[in-house]
Structures are given as structure tokens and as C-alpha cells.
Ligand binder design. Structure first.
Ligand code: ZN
Length: 444
């Protein structure tokens, strides 16, 4: 873990309060001024095999603060298809906005989304996609031509009379210009693609009339599609998406603060490393950066369903064959092999000597250690340091524990730096109270 990341840990911990049930319904995250009548609605993850889309929407939800105006974000519209990394297990969600039979498995989702789009305060709608190749007005080659979708701002028509932001083509042009001043490569240049959906003559025009943006337009809302190219790595797709979204917000007079520097490199770090999850009312905290694919003996409350708080709205935990799999978008991060234990509540702090300084540490935290740690003996608790092998002690408090005393394969991360200290009640049948993580910061 680098230093930049540590800062992010502390600043985004706030968003840990977002709580998600284990169902696959999409989430609506409301940011900024509640009663604004100038809301921007951003939809990500309409197709689960387009990670640029749901990653960008999710980062806007967790790593931006809206300081003026209001943004509504649905980062995981087709959550099930995201987890499955599939365009749409029940068919393409972006072809279901025209007519849909009531027995369609996506019917409720579509109805819920239509209500959000038609909310009287929503004035602009943006649907995020990853598209193939690079859109160009004239044919250049197979991957750069009018039939491609990547690197384009999509409009259904030039303008709509009598609605806010109805000058669609002009706005799209402003967004393209803004992005084109910040390209990573000339090939990535943005253009506006007008699908002329209202003509409904060609196959494509007919298809487009079933989409979310056309539904929005038909409901009197300015709407845009944003397509970044599937030829680019995800962090670069997200880079272009966030540039576009920032410009759209700017056009609407919406102001924001971002918690990282907007460049492709920083984005990769944020996407891959600034992720974590907590369990059991935050008594267990697990950073997911460089997590091992399997974590064994993971304490789960006996006779109860697992409860968790993810750092991202596109993260969830699914029970699969008596194990718990942590998903992040369409990445399978780790599998937790449960050990079912009786739990008890313990809200006090634990005294730990870290490199010669005694600190009061809450359960569910991560502490950094340079040389050694020593959990102060406390007759209320029993301490078990996972990976520390010393058969003499049932209770591993009062011992100076150094990195070299720990078996590396018991670390929770692939680098062998983070270890679990499990705390149990010393009297009441050894009930599990919570976990603290230590991270050794010295390079070996
Ligand atoms: Zn798409």
C-alpha cells in the first residue's frame, strides 16, 4: 500500500455507511443538494460487460463530493449482469424501454428506472457505455468507421425544442472539445454520433428507439450516451468518462470536489487499491487491495446471515457453495471460507504496543507496524494472531510479535504484509469479539 492510498482510506471511510442487501436490485445514490430542480442523472452498468461504465459511475458516487447542485447516480443498473460479466442474462436492458411484457424478468427494474428518469427535477440523463472500436464519421478502416461506437458522445437528434439543455448537438460538441484537449493519444479523439432515432426507418434507428436515452428524450429530458472504447484499458475508459461527466456537470452549473488527481495512472491505483469491506457491524475490516484469492477460517456469526458494508456500490458478497465470494464489478476478488462462531459485542478499545508506543485500537481497524506489536494483556480478552506459531501460548497477548515470526501464507494480502489479530472473550465460552489487522510497512 502506498501513502496516497492511506489518505484515501481515511477520507472515503464515510461512504462505508452505504449499505447494500444481498439482492441484485440497483442502487440510486443521491448526492448534493436534495431539493435542487436541476438534477443530473447518471446511469452506469446497463450492460454488465462494460466495466468502464459501472466503474466510472461508481467512482463518481464514492470519490466525488457534490458541493453545488445535485447528481443522482445509478452505478449498477444491471447489477446481476455486472457480476456475471454478461451483456444481459435476461436480454439487453437497453432494448427494453419501449414496450415490455409484464412477465419480463427485468420489468420491475425498467419501471423503477422510468420513474427516476421522469422525476420532474431530473433535467439531464447520461447513459454510460463502453463501445467497440473508434467511431469516425467517414470510413478509415475496420476499427475506425461510422459503424463503431467507441470514443463518442451519442445524441438521438440535433436538438429538442422547449426543454432545458435541449441543444443536444451543441452540448455534445462542447464535451467532445473538452475531452479532446486532454487526450492520452490522438487515436482516442471524441466525436458526436447522431443516431437520428426519431426517423425509425433503418434497423439501427428502430433499435435505438428502445433505449434508455430515447425514452428520456421522449419524456422531455435532455439525454446523452457516452461511449469509451473497449480497445482501451479500463482505467483509460474511466478517465474519458470522468472527463465527460465533469464537463456535463460544468455545463449544468454543478460543482464538485474530487478525491484524487484525474489521470489514468492515479485512476488505476484508485480502482485497484482503494477498495475495502467491513463485516459484522464493522468489527472486521478487510482491505481488498492485493487480497489473496482465498481467506480461510473467516469468522462468521453462527446461525446468522453475513452482514457487510462495501466501499463501493458495485461490490457485493454472494454465498456460493457454503463460501462467501466478494465481487467488485465483474472481478471476483476473494473467497471467504467461513468458520461459524458465536459472537459477542465488545465496544471498548484494545491496548497495543506498536513499536514502543501504546495505542488504543478499535476492533475493525488496521494499524501500521514498523518493527513489532504487542497486544497488552487484558483479562477480558484472548488474543489469537493468525500465522503466529508458538504452541506454548493459547493467548498471544504480552508477546512482541515481529514480521519474521509470522508464516507468510497466513497474510491476507499477496505481499505477505497484512495479518489478522483475532480477539475472543476470555470468559464467556470464548466468543468472537472482532478483528484488528496489522500491516508491516518495512520492505523486506
Ligand atoms: Zn453498451
Amino acid at each position: 500500500m502506498n501513502l496516497g492510498m492511506l489518505k484515501l482510506f481515511s477520507t472515503i471511510a464515510l461512504f462505508c455507511t452505504l449499505s447494500f442487501a444481498q439482492n441484485m436490485d440497483f442502487t440510486l445514490i443521491e448526492k448534493g443538494e436534495k431539493d435542487s430542480d436541476n438534477k443530473l442523472l447518471i446511469v452506469g452498468g446497463i450492460q454488465g460487460d462494460e466495466p468502464g461504465s459501472f466503474m466510472a459511475a461508481s467512482l463518481l458516487a464514492t470519490h466525488y463530493e457534490i458541493t453545488k447542485g445535485s447528481v443522482w447516480i445509478v452505478p449498477n443498473f444491471n447489477f446481476y449482469s455486472i457480476i456475471k460479466s454478461n451483456r444481459g442474462p435476461f436480454g439487453d436492458l437497453n432494448r427494453k424501454f419501449d414496450q415490455l411484457p409484464k412477465d419480463d424478468p427485468d420489468y420491475d427494474s425498467i419501471e423503477r428506472m422510468k420513474k427516476i428518469i421522469t422525476d420532474k427535477n431530473v433535467k439531464m440523463v447520461i447513459n454510460l457505455h463502453d463501445g467497440s472500436g473508434f467511431y469516425r464519421e467517414k470510413y478509415i478502416d475496420k476499427w475506425h468507421q461510422p459503424r463503431r461506437w467507441g470514443q463518442a458522445t451519442i445524441i438521438d437528434q440535433q436538438h429538442i425544442e422547449g426543454i432545458p439543455y435541449g441543444n443536444l448537438e451543441e452540448i455534445a460538441g462542447q464535451v467532445d472539445t473538452y475531452i479532446n484537449q486532454r487526450l492520452l493519444d490522438e487515436e482516442h479523439k471524441f466525436h458526436t454520433k447522431n443516431t437520428q432515432t426519431y426517423l425509425k426507418k433503418t434497423y439501427e434507428e428502430k433499435e435505438m428507439s428502445k433505449t434508455l436515452t430515447y425514452f428520456a428524450i421522449s419524456s422531455g429530458k435532455a439525454a446523452f450516451g457516452n461511449e469509451s472504447s473497449k480497445s482501451l484499458p479500463v482505467n483509460e475508459r474511466v478517465y474519458y468518462k470522468l472527463l465527460a461527466l465533469e464537463k456535463f456537470m460544468d455545463i449544468m452549473g454543478i460543482e464538485y470536489k474530487r478525491k484524487f488527481e484525474l489521470n489514468a495512472h492515479a485512476l488505476k491505483d484508485v480502482i485497484d487499491n482503494d477498495i475495502f469491506i467491513s463485516f459484522n457491524d464493522k468489527k472486521i475490516f478487510i482491505p481488498l487491495s492485493r487480497i489473496r484469492p482465498w481467506i480461510t477460517y473467516f469468522p462468521v456469526k453462527k446461525g446468522d446471515t453475513i452482514t457487510f458494508k462495501p466501499s463501493s456500490p458495485i461490490m457485493t458478497v454472494l454465498e456460493e457453495e457454503d463460501k462467501y465470494v466478494v465481487y467488485y464489478g465483474n472481478r471476483r476478488l476473494t473467497t471467504l471460507v467461513p468458520e461459524y462462531l458465536d459472537y459477542d459485542k465488545f465496544d471498548d478499545t484494545i491496548k497495543i504496543d506498536i513499536d514502543g508506543k501504546v495505542k488504543e485500537v478499535n476492533l475493525g481497524s488496521l494499524v501500521e507496524v514498523e518493527n513489532y506489536f504487542n497486544v497488552s494483556p487484558d483479562e477480558r480478552i484472548r488474543v489469537n494472531v493468525i500465522g503466529y506459531v508458538n504452541k506454548k501460548h493459547k493467548n498471544e497477548s504480552g508477546l512482541n510479535i515481529r514480521e519474521k515470526y509470522l508464516l507468510e501464507r497466513y497474510s491476507i494480502d499477496k505481499d505477505g504484509k497484512r495479518y489478522r489479530i483475532e480477539i475472543y472473550d476470555n470468559h464467556k465460552k470464548d466468543k468472537f469479539l472482532g478483528m484488528i489487522l496489522v500491516e508491516f510497512t518495512q520492505k523486506q
